[in-house]
Ligand binder design. Structure first.
Ligand code: RB5
Length: 142
């Protein structure tokens, strides 16, 4: 199960990402926001982060205008490694090296075509399991 959330700056892109998830038959839970009305991104960043941290969902996708505020919010939750990505190289590397569990994007930064390729890369890349990367991830929790 994939947790997805956004603020108003990410709302339109979230709809595109949802369309993509549905086309792939991937299950998701939408934590809001559900319109373009102004809201506070920390609320949605934390909702999705808790869904992932509590094990309700395996991965998360968060979108605000820049992807920055919502990634900061998500990373406040213990056990969350939220990665802001605007390219496929970073999306692949953050899975391989950081075992990132939430992908963040900026709705005002990336277009829908690139965004779904980033999502696809993020969801289809497994953690490398290399000792040095596992060790460094462990250090993040100290
Ligand atoms: C909302 O205008 C905007 O500040 C928000 O979407 C995000 O970019 C914050 O980092």
């Amino acid at each position: 199960m994939i947790a997805i959330g956004c603020d108003q700056g990410g709302y339109e892109l979230k709809l595109e990402v949802i369309k993509y998830l549905e086309s792939k038959g991937l299950e998701y839970k939408d934590y809001g926001t559900y319109s373009s009305a102004s809201v506070d991104y920390p609320i949605y960043g934390k909702k999705v982060a808790h869904a992932v941290a509590d094990g309700e969902c395996e991965r998360g996708i968060l979108i605000c205008g820049t992807g920055i505020g919502i990634s900061i919010a998500a990373n406040k939750v213990k056990g969350i490694r939220a990665a802001l990505c605007s390219d496929c190289f970073s999306a692949e590397a953050t899975r391989l090296h950081n075992d990132a569990n939430i992908l963040c994007m900026g709705g005002r930064v990336v277009g829908p075509g690139l965004a779904v390729k980033i999502v696809d890369t993020f969801l289809n890349t497994e953690f490398s399991n290399e000792e040095r990367h596992a060790r460094r991830i462990g250090m993040l929790e100290e």
